[in-house]
Write a protein that binds this ligand. Sequence first.
Ligand SMILES: [Mg+2]
Length: 187
Amino acid sequence: MNMRQGLALDIDETLAKTTHYWVERLQLEIGNPEGLSVDEAVRKYHLAEFVPYWQSEQAIALMVEMAGSNEVQEGLPLIESADTWALKVHAVIPIVAYITMRPTSVMSGTHRWLRSNRFPDAPVFARPESIEFSQAPHWKGNLVHTLFPTVLGLVDDRPSVVEAFPSDYQGTIFCMGKRLHHAMISA
Ligand SMILES: [Mg+2]
């Protein structure tokens, strides 16, 4: 693949307020026994999958449906200023890839969302359907490792992704603004 050197970005909770959308739908369609606002629920649980009263078959089915819907990806709210932030970064170090644990089946909705929010044009790597979601952090860590040094580092929100990187990774992982480990960017 002929790519410039630069950074890869995660999408969900790095650029898109995916959990806000999910929590709003789950509160409306499954229930909100604590009476929390969407913001309060996100602050308390971080991800919808961690909410103890949304572990029912019905709740999980709704999460699976949302995860697999191109229309849902296309309509996700943006994290405030993520679009302008991405352009500022891109002017200094190119954004050369988007790497997401979303399944490849929602690639088209993901592309449309990135385009409609004017994110820098770059290839999207999504999780192959053969990789189960539980293995997705390892898939992502290995992929970013393989793409080094074209992809010099990854911006991501999930600690489980950071933990899944091979121990000899030479790039830089930015976890929600915190630079955690690994060698300096040498570009
Ligand atoms: Mg994420």
